[in-house]
Design a binder for this molecule. Structure first.
Ligand code: ARG
Length: 470
């Protein structure tokens, strides 16, 4: 019998029940964290005199050999084992005998799985953060190269005021920067070690919980053992950060899809990041952006799923909590893949600067500036707004842009217009004069870019004491 708990049972588990109950098919990915936790636990049992030095040595050596064999592919995950914890323990016992049977002293699978999951999520936070940092580098590079690439800024997907590509990308820089900040504050909040909580009520063995916490890179043990085994708040938080990050990616995807459309033609996707149609030979589709956008559902689903799983669980551990894994793993894999792909797509994408600039020129994105021009000559802004509105209407009828009007035409609407109106409403002026903090004017953008550079060079990904790194 491969179960750890066969003693009080007289019958084999029903085959369907076993399939239903087992988690090895998906929790096998926790093998490194499981071994890491067991090594720390064994070292602590030795330090406390609960195990002899020789036993600890055998256990740590045996666990090390299991880790190596899993990683080399020599030790396969076969389905007679219930979960990753039984798998590792059973193999340890078969390799080193009686000492292996002592590893679980003062421990339960409840604090073991709570620890494994926390260690795993901590590693995943680290990896997600590194991917985001790389993506931010890509975004910042585009910003630096496009300080003077004019494009229309939109509200209601209608052309509004001119901005630059650097400014537009700067908005995404801020979103993904916030995602990183949330990750970093989460690592602080989840910095407590559940190991030593036992099944729910601690243990009578004289465990040194501070020792294992430190060994595993936590600053302290969790304060309450019942909470320790049943807390999945950090996972809910991580999924919620991933959901927000995915929402940012999805918005960005939407823009890439629009910009890549035949009507906009603001960007051209690299052949390596687009796909064709089986019937329409002319097609080059933005499938990557569409799929990234489409995958938002499963990421949000994981968050809603876990919130719902947790909502009715009485203290402390209940088997429902095994359901914290599959969709969380899926959401993590999905968002990491999405960031990687999006990064590649953006860094190979061509920006059609002329098309963007031409688009900014028509569509009256300088109408606000024409009104501001009148206001600066003493016309109350509300009147200036109305005059410019009538001018726009006139232009629409004549099929002209504001810049195409003669001074006489301008003057038919207000005698406050002078020859310098052309300069005042040129695309360059409209952008350059927007110098408030966070605005697209060159000087403001240069400041923002310098601050972003500084941020990227100082905000390294946090280091964790993971056992091994991919
Ligand atoms: N596979 C279980 C999980 O993922 C491990 C903990 C099992 N504990 C128990 N008392 N059955 O939650």
């Amino acid at each position: 019998m491969a179960q750890l708990w066969g003693g009080r049972f007289t019958k084999e588990t029903d085959a369907l029940v076993k399939r239903f109950n087992d988690s090895l098919p998906f929790d096998r990915r926790l093998y490194r964290q499981d071994i890491q936790g067991s090594m720390a636990h064994a070292a602590m049992l030795g330090k406390q005199g609960i195990l002899s030095d020789g036993e600890v040595e055998q256990i740590v050596g045996g666990l090390g050999s299991i880790l190596r064999d899993i990683e080399s592919g020599e030790l396969a995950f076969t389905d007679e084992y219930e979960d990753i914890h039984s798998f590792v323990e059973a193999h340890l016992i078969s390799r080193i005998g009686d000492a292996g049977k002592k590893l679980h002293t003062g421990r339960s699978r409840n604090d073991q799985v709570a620890l494994d999951m926390k260690l795993y999520i901590r590693d995943e936070i680290h990896e997600t953060d590194a991917l985001l940092k790389h993506f931010l580098e890509t975004i910042l590079r585009v910003m630096e190269e496009n300080l003077d690439t004019f494009m229309p800024g939109f509200t209601h997907l209608q052309k509004a005021q001119p901005v630059t590509l650097a400014h537009h990308f700067g908005a995404y820089f801020e979103m993904f920067r916030r995602d990183r900040e949330h990750l970093s504050s989460l690592t602080e909040r989840m910095d407590t070690c559940p190991l030593g909580s036992g099944a729910l009520a601690g243990t009578t063995y004289p465990l040194d919980r501070c020792f294992t916490a430190r060994e595993l890179g936590f600053s302290r043990p969790c304060a309450n053992s019942m909470d320790g085994v049943s807390d999945r708040d950090y996972l809910i938080e991580f999924l919620s950060i991933l959901a927000a990050c995915q929402m940012h990616l999805s918005r960005f995807s939407e823009e890439v899809i629009i910009w890549n459309s035949n009507e906009y033609r603001f960007v051209e996707l690299d052949d390596a990041y687009s796909t064709g149609s089986s019937i329409m030979p002319q097609k080059k589709n933005p499938d990557i952006a569409e799929l990234v956008r489409g995958k938002t559902g499963r990421v949000y689903g994981a968050l809603m799923g876990l919130l719902t799983v947790m909502k009715g669980i009485p203290l402390a551990y209940n088997k429902d909590m095994q359901e914290d894994k599959e969709s969380a793993f899926d959401a993590i894999d999905t968002v990491k893949m999405n960031i990687r792909l999006f990064d590649g797509m953006v860094s190979t994408m061509k920006f059609r600067r002329e098309v963007m600039e031409a688009s900014a020129k028509n569509g009256f994105t300088n109408a606000t500036d024409a009104a501001d021009y009148l206001a600066s000559r003493g016309v109350p802004f509300r009147d200036a707004h109305a005059i410019t509105g009538r001018l726009v209407l006139y232009c629409i009828e004549k099929g002209k842009a504001l810049d195409d009007l003669s001074l006489e035409e301008f003057r038919q609407f207000s005698d406050c217009f002078d020859g310098d109106i052309y300069e005042a409403i040129s695309l360059k002026t409209c952008v350059e004069k927007r110098l408030t903090e966070g605005a697209p004017g060159r000087a403001s953008m240069e400041k923002a870019i310098a601050a972003s550079r500084e941020y990227l060079s100082t905000r390294q990904s946090a280091e964790y004491s993971c056992l091994t790194e991919d």
